[in-house]
Design a protein. Sequence first.
Length: 240
Amino acid sequence: MSPSGETALVLFSGGQDSATCLAWALDRFAHVETIGFDYGQRHRVELDVRHSFRDRLAADFPAWGERLGADHLLNLDLLGEIGTTAMTSDTEIAMLANGLPNTFVPGRNLLFFTAAAALAYRRGIRHLVGGMCETDYSGYPDCRDDTIKSLQVTLGLGMDQRFVLHTPLMWIDKAATWEMAEQLGGPGLVDLVTEATHTCYLGDRTHRHAWGFGCGSCPACELRKSGWERFQAGKQGSAG
């Protein structure tokens, strides 16, 4: 796709979804910056892989490398200070009485997009890209399409500047996310996402699976594994 002449800011955690969204943005915009958030997450290793993924992406895909701009990392420790969740403390992952897993961090995506928009405002950027999805996810209410659309309106009103919040994964499952990566960058991007991103909630990078690193049993690993298996099955079906 021919890139537009505009700049985008991608919420890049270092995980599979946001890495795929980064490639999606680089395929569409003339200049792309990234932003990450340190909120005391127990899987902080995702922050450690962000820079290596960016470097390898730029090296393996030179055309994208020319468009890849600055990276920003913001401290949002207050998310952990507000209350304990399985994402910010050594707590066993479990379902809560309200039907949500205790990996849900209330307000996280709302705060992420608000902070990103404030930075984008100062940098003259109106396109914000996030990996939220309500098709194949853990039920987080701040991942829903209605939430993102409402937030887009609120941010625009609150800063008197029109922002466009892009969520390219919103209506696809994890198998289709792998497929998107392949469509964007071929097997090379699939391999890079597999090897160099981190999605496991427990921060486990000691176990290497066909679909990447992780404990293999947390909700994030289960979704990633299931998506990978369906992606591979689809490829075999097409080949047959």
